[in-house]
Design a protein around this ligand. Structure first.
Ligand code: ATP
Ligand code: MG
Ligand code: FE
Length: 346
């Protein structure tokens, strides 16, 4: 198969082309700069940007892959979760392409896409693994088998903010702008991660072992900044950024490794936008090495939203002989991750 993947759930317009587990090429546009002055993604602006970027970005993906439109044998598109207006644009574009080329269309769960991104770099997932999804809207520990055939088991999620959301909110209150993850990460390079001791929620043994909470951490950072400002003292942005980042990373890695051990597995996969974070990658690698656990993290450009990861899911669905979703599928903006395809086959 030559599968075109379409992603438009947030502020990235992504097209990717995958064949038999191999990424042939991709195109990516982002409206992040247009949202910066609002401190977060404005759905209507994102939708409009997807509409403008769709055809040029598809052209880039085709040229990058060195394939003609008529070579595409299947189309896969994010049908949820995400911003409804944004998902609609990419899904409509995918339907148009599938209809014009008379090829099957698959609706794909965006988070299955994040997980599948890793297969483009490291090959098929092992028979079973723990997948830590850390993104702008989700923070989940999953037990995953065959992405297409096996149901996905949620071991734990976040009670409040997602990890990426915490980065974005803390970035805003430190005046570092949107998107927050890369901004905090850059500021943290020159900071001392031990300068401030920020809370690590739910980390004691008696707490819910795989559940996260990041809103208290965000509040603690806000209090620290307020206190310094009230006292007329300078705000050590680099130290606060580094200490915040360290607190998030500590909790994420501790709980993910706990899940790997509890399930007697040997592989941890970390995916989603926050997996691009250098400190998370380094700390996870150190702790996995010490524990004899195989760590898989896609390269940073495949961690944040892109079309290649959606094409990767489509390619898996095709090769597993799954029925296509058809041209009538609708968006499912708040879809929970149970399987790779959306809607799940009846
Ligand atoms: P979801 O996948 O849950 O629907 P999303 O698609 O908006 O949400 P992603 O694109 O996967 O999220 O990730 C974006 C998030 O990742 C943002 O919150 C951003 O701040 C964060 N992020 C990106 N790069 C980094 C980084 N280097 N360090 C930390 N966080 C990062
Ligand atoms: Mg984004
Ligand atoms: Fe995402």
């Amino acid at each position: 198969p030559v599968v075109l993947g379409v992603e438009s759930s947030c502020d990235e317009t992504g097209f990717g082309i995958v064949s038999d587990g191999v990424l042939l090429g991709q195109g990516l546009a982002s409206s992040a700069a247009q949202h910066a002055e609002f401190g977060g993604v404005v759905p209507e602006i994102a939708a409009r940007a997807h509409l403008e970027a769709a055809v040029p970005t598809l052209r880039i993906a085709l040229a990058d892959a060195g394939v003609e439109a008529r070579d595409i044998t299947h189309v896969a598109a994010t049908s949820g979760p995400g911003l409804a207006t944004a998902v609609h644009v990419g899904l409509a574009a995918a339907k148009s392409v599938a209809w014009a080329l008379d090829v099957p269309l698959y609706g794909v769960h965006h988070l299955a896409g994040h997980a599948a991104a890793d297969t483009l770099e490291h090959g098929p997932l092992p028979e079973r693994s723990i997948v830590l999804i850390v993104s702008g809207g989700h923070t989940s520990i999953l037990a995953v088998g065959d992405l297409v055939r096996d149901p996905i088991e949620h071991l734990g999620d976040t009670l409040d903010d997602a990890a990426g959301e915490a980065f974005d909110k803390v970035s805003r209150l430190l005046g570092l702008g949107y998107p927050g993850g890369p901004a905090i990460s850059r500021a943290a390079v020159d900071g001392d991660p031990q300068a401030f001791t920020f809370p690590r929620a739910l980390l004691r043994p008696k707490d819910a072992p795989f559940t996260f909470s990041f809103s208290g951490l965000k509040t603690a950072v806000a209090r620290t900044v307020e206190k310094l400002e009230r006292a007329g003292e300078p705000v050590p942005v680099a130290d606060i950024a580094a200490s915040f980042e360290q607190a998030v990373v500590d909790v994420l890695v501790t709980k993910a490794l706990r899940a790997v051990r509890e399930r007697s597995l040997d592989t941890l996969v970390i995916v989603g936008g926050v997996a691009a974070n250098a400190r998370l990658r380094a700390v996870a690698q150190d702790r996995c090495d010490a524990a004899g656990i195989t760590l898989r993290i896609p390269p940073p450009r495949l961690c944040t939203d892109n079309g290649a990861m959606i094409a990767a899911v489509g390619d898996l669905l095709v090769r597993s002989d799954v029925e296509p979703s058809g041209l009538r599928i609708a968006a499912d903006p708040s879809a929970v991750l149970h399987g790779a395809q959306l809607p799940l086959p009846q």
